[in-house]
Design a protein around this ligand. Sequence first.
Ligand SMILES: [Mn+2]
Length: 409
Amino acid sequence: MRVLHTSDWHLGRALYNQHRYHEFDAFLQWLSQQIEELHIDTLLVAGDIFDTTTPGNRAQEQYYRFLCRTAASSCCSNVIITAGNHDSPTFLEAPKELLKALNIQVIGTITDNPADETILLHDRQNQPMAIVCAVPYLRDRDVRKSLPGESIEDKLNNLINGIAAHYGKVAETARNLSLKHPTLPIIGMGHLFTAGGQTVDGDGTRELYVGSLAHINAASLPADFDYLALGHLHSAQTVAGQPHLRYSGSPLPMSFADAEQTKKVIIIEFNEKKPSVTELPIPCFQPLQRICGDFSEIATRLEQLKTSKSNAWLEIVYTGSTIESDLPGRIEKAIEGSRIQILSIQDRGRVEKVLQQSNTSETLENMTTNEVFQRCLDAFEIAPEQRKELIFAYNEIVRQIQEEGNRGD
Ligand SMILES: [Mn+2]
């Protein structure tokens, strides 16, 4: 039996307002091809299918088109999809019954019965081949009851214990099932942050429980899993050095921060209960590059990319000490006639200049957004009559960003 484990597709995700449909299409095409060529029996997608709780039409079309293709494949007899913290459980589960007819199982949320998350997989000859514990992302309210007089520590401990207890209950139903099928592997699926997990700053992994460090210790998860297919962390990695407990990571870099990583899906071949695990690298469908430096360093790098006929998308971080007038215009001019696209230009030089003029013990982290802007107005000697309008516009932008951050996911 051969399983493919992936997660964190984040269909519909954009980079600085740039849509990424062609990358998602290319990835899903590639994935279909791998499923056929490697004779994959079972596909597991461990959460964060979509980037938002209300994905756009095009992202949905990509998802359903891929599922139809997989259901029609010559080998893949089972697909299991669980919800991640970015997904809407009800949105994902809405077509559940229809997808079941194609042997695609969707678990968006938990029920009162842990056996609902335990699935006995069959091959196309209707022979049982594995037991899967498909646990979706567990929301605080799913596993923890609020009690009066609790401290923050109590809440956190109850949350962590609640999550571990839920995995325990589902594993127990799998254990009971395996009494009848002792040679079948037990495969777990989950969407959580395990203790010691690695993230790259800015790679889009969102803290699951606001203001807390609810990281689950691998030792508190049931030991029944012959393989555990995890989602949530966007860099591929094992858990606590154990090769059968894994994050596949996201198939596309989520930002310029993880653009250097080789992205992967995981192939697991079972000989009865014994897994052998291989990492399958995903080709890069759209090069992303971050360029940092003063103007001459940026210009040199742009020239190199232009000469090599690059089609990269760029994030440019200007760190020069002088204030460059019309930085965006000069950069645009430097890439004229090439296939390069600039997605973002950040002028760190200005931020540094603002901070240099202020008290040296200050750092950006301990200033409010309004204080930083005030310093900025001072540093650039903006006339008083212009300030009112600029502050108003600035506040509006800050509010919009905060509202977007709060929106339902
Ligand atoms: Mn994710």
